[in-house]
Ligand binder design. Structure first.
Ligand SMILES: [Zn+2]
Length: 419
């Protein structure tokens, strides 16, 4: 299957260039002019649209899109334990599938091709990713003061069910240190080692988590997790808002990837992660949206914008987290954290996950600088066409893999039945 994307705009040093992208079997074969002998099965007219690597959303809970606007402006623990969890308990797997597909539709419309999901409903987000054409790393949120065996068994069954799908990967996800006791954290860590899987954990998200850990364990959440040996697994830690200098050193030492969720952290009143310092220490920083229950949208353009502006402002340094670096956080760094190789860059030999952005809108005119346009001007509505794995999943703002009318109908039915 050969795809030709004609006449798109790419960066050329500090300038811009126009190029054609040839894709063969999901891989970028050439960027520039069309090589001799390349016969396209399908052609997308770029029409001077700007091309970016599709985003990698490194932390979300896709099914929670059905909980959008269900609990807002509440204290963090009240939001979680009173606003979110009682509603989650009423959902079943089928309803979680529609919630996950809603997340996929929103992510596709905002140029995102891959997501890392922590869920409660085995198979729901994996099926939604497959049906929509997205890539996903899927993990059953594991909580355990009761041994957690049922949830681990659900994870094993899910791994078995989807093992034939190249674009679905797995991690083990101990939810957080405040929902998993020490024995269970050790057990999950050992299981991750046995299965050769990475870990996906919420870490040091709130002041309450940080202070409770100091009180109960005499060390910070990051020190606690490190002391239990969890970081000996390839680890993706979400949030990492409350960090000491020693915590930052530990995350760097163990090559932990940090998924920062700037909007969710702000909305839940949890603060601002020290991303500038983490990046300076050599930590692989990536970006997530978190869920629609805490954000309340899954728009990586918004996260990109917050990521750059927050850290310039809080560091009193307008050169902190420049646009190009932030785009790397949102693409190739996320792919690295999730274990997808050669994903997140528009280069020959890399995966053809490509978003095309309309430049014929006021906020994109004049188009002087590629990275500044993407980070500081785009709101996401510019996303016009999305190619994932060499296949067109959205063309001229029409979703080709999801029936939105059916989707919205089903989601509204779920809300009627569970609210
Ligand atoms: Zn989360």
């Amino acid at each position: 299957m050969n795809l030709l994307i004609k006449n798109i705009i790419l960066p050329d040093g500090d300038k811009l260039k126009t190029a054609d992208i040839c894709v063969s079997n999901g891989i970028i074969k050439s960027i520039g002019s069309v090589p001799d002998g390349f016969v396209a099965d399908e052609t997308v007219e770029g029409g001077s649209r700007l091309a970016i690597p599709a985003f990698v959303n490194a932390h979300t809970h896709a099914y929670m899109s059905v909980l959008r606007n269900a609990a807002d402006d509440l204290p963090f623990m009240q939001w979680l334990f009173e606003g979110v969890m009682p509603r989650e308990e009423k959902l079943n797997n089928e309803q979680a599938y529609w919630g996950s597909l809603l997340a996929c539709a929103e992510m596709i419309r905002r140029g995102c091709g891959t997501f890392c999901d922590m869920h409660l409903f085995p198979g729901a987000s994996a099926r939604a990713a497959i049906d929509s054409g997205m890539r996903a790393v899927v993990s059953r949120g594991l909580t355990g003061s009761d041994g957690g065996q049922r949830r681990l068994d659900e994870q094993y069954a899910e791994i078995e069910e989807f093992k034939g799908y190249d674009n679905i990967k797995f991690m083990l996800a101990p939810h957080a240190i405040y929902t998993c006791d020490k024995e269970f954290l050790l057990k999950v860590s050992a299981e991750a080692k046995r299965l050769g899987l990475g870990l996906n954990i919420h870490l040091s998200e709130s002041k309450a988590e940080f202070e409770d850990c100091l009180r109960d364990n005499g060390c910070t959440p990051t020190e606690y997790v490190a002391s239990l040996g969890l970081f000996e697994n390839k680890t993706l830690a979400a949030h990492c808002v409350q960090l000491t200098e020693n915590d930052i050193s530990l995350l760097a030492k163990y090559n932990v990837s940090v998924a920062s969720n700037p909007k969710s952290n702000l909305k839940l009143g949890n603060g601002i992660a020290p991303i500038y310092q983490l990046d300076q220490a050599g930590v692989n920083v990536c970006i997530g949206t978190d869920s629609a229950a805490s954000n309340n949208s899954l728009n990586m353009f918004a996260e990109l914008n917050y990521m750059t502006l927050l850290h310039k402002g809080t560091n009193y340094d307008s050169t902190a987290i420049p646009a190009k670096k932030a785009l790397d956080f949102a693409t190739v760094n996320g792919a690295r954290a999730l274990g997808f190789e050669k994903l997140g860059k528009l280069e020959e030999g890399w995966a053809a996950d490509i978003a095309l952005l309309d430049t014929n809108v006021p906020q994109m005119v004049p188009l002087r600088n590629y990275y500044a346009a993407v980070c500081y001007c785009c709101d996401g509505s510019e996303t016009d066409t999305l190619v994932l794995n060499g296949k067109v999943v959205m063309k001229n703002k029409q979703l080709l893999t999801i029936d939105e009318e059916q989707l919205f109908y089903n989601v509204n039915k779920i809300v009627e039945a569970t609210d």
